[in-house]
Design a protein around this ligand. Structure first.
Ligand SMILES: N[C@@H](CCC(=O)N[C@@H](CS)C(=O)NCC(=O)O)C(=O)O
Length: 199
């Protein structure tokens, strides 16, 4: 298996965490985003959107971090990371969608401006982030994990960009339940950190 990866990418980090937690051997192919390697023909032939992460498993190629998490969880052969019952499956999907839309457009976009100078509307992203983090904090005030009563790929999908919020100058001080959940994610067996996150 090969992961096309960028070290500073929270989307790639979701996949790095699950590969490690599942103990799946793989090669990492670094893609240099500042050098625009993701838009070179070789990478576009894997992912026409020109983004990372991309996972290659034999003749299977998958892009989008959420899709990769689903693939790895299913391939692992048990429902430990992705429940099979209708309610559990739908609740996981709800948070996967939240990761792509709300978390991306809020804290991730604010970070992209302040860390990578992306041309985005910072005040709008920071305002959205406050709403998004409040929603997570309220959910986690009386639930240990986001989707169901055990960790799933929903937690891995939502962790990086919420935990990296301060790189987008969004304070995490008002969200104690969220901060307690970061610690629970970071204590999962096989957890790996990245600059700005965990250990
Ligand atoms: N929805 C996609 C988003 C992928 C994405 O935008 N990745 C960023 C890195 S976090 C990227 O490759 N940016 C480079 C670019 O857009 O040129 C996912 O979850 O994988």
């Amino acid at each position: 298996m090969k992961l096309y990866d960028a070290a500073a990418s929270g989307n790639c980090h979701k996949v790095r965490m699950l590969l490690s937690m599942l103990g799946i051997e793989h090669d990492v192919v670094p893609i240099n985003l500042p050098e625009m390697e993701q838009k070179a023909p070789a990478h576009l032939s894997l992912n026409p959107l020109g983004t990372v992460p991309v996972l290659q498993d034999g003749d299977v190629t998958i892009y989008d971090s959420q899709a990769i998490l689903v693939y790895l969880a299913e391939k692992n052969g048990s429902d430990s990371w992705l429940p099979t019952d209708p309610v559990g499956r739908a609740l996981v999907q709800q948070w996967l969608s939240f990761a792509v839309n709300e978390l991306w457009n809020g804290p991730a976009i604010a970070r992209a401006k302040l860390r990578f100078n992306r041309d985005v509307d910072l005040p709008r992203a920071q305002a959205l982030a406050a709403t998004v983090l409040s929603v997570m904090d309220a959910r986690l005030a009386d639930h240990e994990w986001l989707a169901i009563d055990r960790p799933t790929i929903a937690d891995l999908a939502c962790y990086p960009y919420s935990a990296l919020s301060e790189e987008g100058e969004i304070s995490l001080a008002p969200y104690p339940a969220l901060r307690a959940w970061f610690k629970r994610v970071e204590a999962l067996p096989g957890y790996v950190g990245m600059p700005g996150l965990g250990n």
